[in-house]
Design a protein around this ligand. Structure first.
Ligand code: AMP
Length: 333
């Protein structure tokens, strides 16, 4: 995206008022940027207006995001995408929004398709759960995921081939049938830095999911609706592999998608009892799990910066350094 007409001494950082907006804008303000929250609802706008680190709160119609995007450009603002932004404006509008957007935007179209998503992980040489094309191939428990299912709603489990065959008959939407991997969930936060030419492993979280982590006594079907996130510190012996998978992912994005990974992203996995990792999902932008470190920094950030910083501050740091070094075109698409 062309930043040639931007005044780099007066850059504004904008994001949609939800998800990780508080962390992103707080971080941006600490690095001296003007900050803008774009809200889709009056209630959200009122909530975000109470925070002094947010300079402007706009209300916008997300069904026509182009208008807000054009106004952001007039305001000398760059946009930090997050999960709710993609959900509210839709990935097609996000792909085309005429405003400099952090990271590899083209990844959005890969993320929207469960099969392409898994293909990219495999191209990266990262172990993934097996995928089946029909119930006949199945020889154990599976998880069925509908495309675009939010926060795990719209997924179901089947114990075996017979149960799957019965339940799948009712599914008309695009979906993927995946091996159900037994173990603990762990979600790794990365930051790809064009400024430092490296991938940083920044932290990790666990999702707190309604009917799998709730007090359900086995009386209801498991669902995976995310209601929050918990911090986790991983065994240090796992870190080299986790870091390597993150770096392999960034390399695969460059080769297969054709753009440089820049900014935060996440690999979502199950760690089995033999300590092997199976990655079932990626997010090509900041994940809400980074919010657990807002204000006091992630444990691993200390290893790179000698002081704890959160992902919002990490993003702002990168923008500031890239602006100084004339590298902003490597961060924004
Ligand atoms: P997702 O929406 O893909 O992040 O998945 C929602 C939740 O389903 C995850 O947080 C995991 O707990 C669980 N999950 C997804 N895929 C698998 C899998 N292949 N095996 C075991 N659990 C899974």
């Amino acid at each position: 995206m062309d930043l040639s007409r931007y005044d780099l001494d007066r850059l504004a950082v904008a994001t949609v008022a939800s998800h990780t907006a508080l962390q992103i804008l707080r971080g941006a303000k600490r690095y001296g940027f003007k900050t803008i929250a774009v809200a889709g609802r009056r209630e959200a706008a009122e909530f975000y207006r109470q925070f002094p680190f947010i300079d402007e709160v706009w209300e916008a119609d997300f069904s026509n995001f182009r208008k807000a995007a054009e106004k952001l450009v007039e305001t000398n603002a760059v946009l930090i995408p997050h999960g709710s932004y993609v959900e509210y404006v839709g990935w097609r509008q996000a792909l085309e929004a005429p405003v400099p957007t952090l990271g590899c935007r083209e990844l959005l179209s890969w993320e929207a398709d469960q099969h392409k998503k898994m293909e990219l992980l495999r191209l990266a040489g990262i172990p993934t759960p097996r995928t089946y094309t029909s119930p006949e191939e199945v020889d154990g428990p599976v998880i069925v995921k509908l495309f675009g299912a939010k926060g795990g709603r719209g997924y179901f489990l089947a114990r075996d081939r017979e149960e799957l065959a019965k339940r799948i008959a009712a599914v008309k939407e695009p979906h993927i049938i995946q091996e159900y991997v037994f173990g603990v969930p762990a979600y790794y936060h990365y930051f790809a830095s064009p400024v430092y030419g490296r991938v940083e492993v920044f932290g990790a979280d666990i999702r707190y999911e309604s009917n799998v982590d709730g007090r359900t006594f086995g009386w209801v079907e498991p669902t995976f609706v995310v209601v929050g996130n918990l911090p986790v510190v991983l065994r240090e012996s796992l870190l080299p592999t986790i870091w390597r998978y993150g770096a392999q992912f960034a390399k695969a994005v460059k080769e297969a998608v054709g753009c440089e990974m820049a900014g935060p992203y996440c690999l979502e996995s199950i760690i089995k009892d033999d300590m092997s990792i199976s990655v079932f999902e990626f997010s090509g932008r900041i994940v809400a799990g980074t919010n657990i470190y807002m204000g006091y920094g992630s444990p691993y950030s200390v290893l790179y910066f000698e002081r704890p910083i959160d992902m919002g501050e990490r993003i702002a740091h990168e923008i500031r350094e890239a602006a100084k070094q004339g590298k902003l075109d490597k961060l924004f698409t």
